[in-house]
Design a binder for this molecule. Sequence first.
Ligand SMILES: Nc1ncnc2c1ncn2[C@@H]1O[C@H](COP(=O)(O)OP(=O)(O)OP(=O)(O)O)[C@@H](O)[C@H]1O
Length: 245
Amino acid sequence: MIRAIALSKTYGRGEAATKALREVDLEIGRGEMVSIMGPSGCGKTTLLQLLAGIDRMSGGEVWFGDRPLHKLDDKELSRVRLERMGFIFQAYHLVPVLTAAENVALPLIARGLTRQEADRRAVEALKQVGLETKARRYPYELSGGQNQRVAIARAVAGEPDVIWADEPTGALDSDTSEQVIGLLRMLNRHLNTTIVIVTHDPRVAEQTDRTIAMHNGRILDHGDRAARNGPADPAAGLAREVSSR
Ligand SMILES: Nc1ncnc2c1ncn2[C@@H]1O[C@H](COP(=O)(O)OP(=O)(O)OP(=O)(O)O)[C@@H](O)[C@H]1O
C-alpha cells in the first residue's frame, strides 16, 4: 500500500548539506501497524514526512497505492493528505480556541462535508476514543492523554487509509502512553487502518506488528512481522472496550 524506492533526502547544500535519508527502500502493507525506531537524528521524522507527502524528496519514489506521490504537485499532495491520511503528533496540534468536537470536525469541513455531517462524524469519532462526554471541552480543559485522544479522533474521523504518528506518546506518562497505544492498536484491528508510528519507546514498538530500525539515514532492519494476537472482535464494540478503560 505504501512503497518507497531509493528514497533520499538531503537538507541544505554544499558544506552545510545533511544527508538525512540514503536510498531507502521500504514497503508497508494495508492494515499493518508499524513502528520506526532509531537514535536521534537518524532520519525517522524525515522518512515519515516523505512517505506522507509533507516534504519533498531529493531523490527516489513514494507510491501510495497506485498514486506516485513523487509526481504530484503541492495541491494534489494536500488533497491526498486531507482525504486519505490522518496525522498524530507529539504536541497534539489541536486548535486552542476550538472545542474537541470542532477540532475533529475541522478537516472534514475542509474536505467539503456540510457542517452538520462533519459534526455528526466528529461526535461519532469522539465516541470511538471514549470521549463523547468531553465533546464541548476546549483543549486547555483536557489532560494530555485526553487531548491526544481528541487528536486520534480527528485522525480517524475522515476514515483514512493510513495514520502517521510522530512520537504520539512523547509527552505522556507511561500509563497514559499505554492507553493511547492500546487505542491505536484497537483502531488498527477494528478499522484495518494502516498505522505508522515513529517512537523512541520500546514499549510502544512492542505493540506494533513490526519495528523498522534506522541508523544514519538507512534502514538496518525491516523487522519481522509478528503474529497478531488473534482477530479483532467487532461484536464486542470498540466504544465499549475504550470507555471501560
Ligand atoms: N529542516 C531541516 N534542515 C536541515 N537539517 C535537517 C532538517 N530537518 C532535519 N534535519 C537533519 O536531518 C537529520 C535527520 O533528522 P530527523 O528529524 O529526520 O531525525 P529523527 O530520527 O526523527 O530525530 P529525533 O529522534 O531526534 O526526532 C538530522 O541530522 C537533522 O539534524
